[in-house]
Design a protein around this ligand. Structure first.
Ligand code: FES
Length: 81
């Protein structure tokens, strides 16, 4: 299974594969594990809003599974990436 990260600043996209066992991971942690740079200054406490993606969603406040349920095409848009 796969999701796609689209960097709006760079125009680049990254295809990331995941396993069922990774669905409960926090999206911010999953993206970092896959070497996608996601901004954060509150270390995932939901305060700084720097990890925001489309629709105002915070990657530190969603699991990978919750994200996929909300965005069935699996596309993540990151403005500064
Ligand atoms: S990392 Fe600060 S709000 Fe998500």
């Amino acid at each position: 299974m796969q999701i796609e990260v689209l960097g709006l600043a760079s125009g680049r996209s990254y295809f990331l594969t995941y396993e069922t066992s990774e669905l409960n991971e926090i999206l911010l942690d999953f993206l970092r594990k896959k070497n996608i740079t996601i901004a954060s200054s509150c270390d995932g406490k939901g305060v700084c809003k720097k990890c925001e993606i489309q629709n105002g969603w915070l990657t530190c406040q969603l699991t990978l599974e919750q994200f996929i349920q909300r965005q069935s095409n699996g596309k993540i848009f990151v403005g500064y990436l």
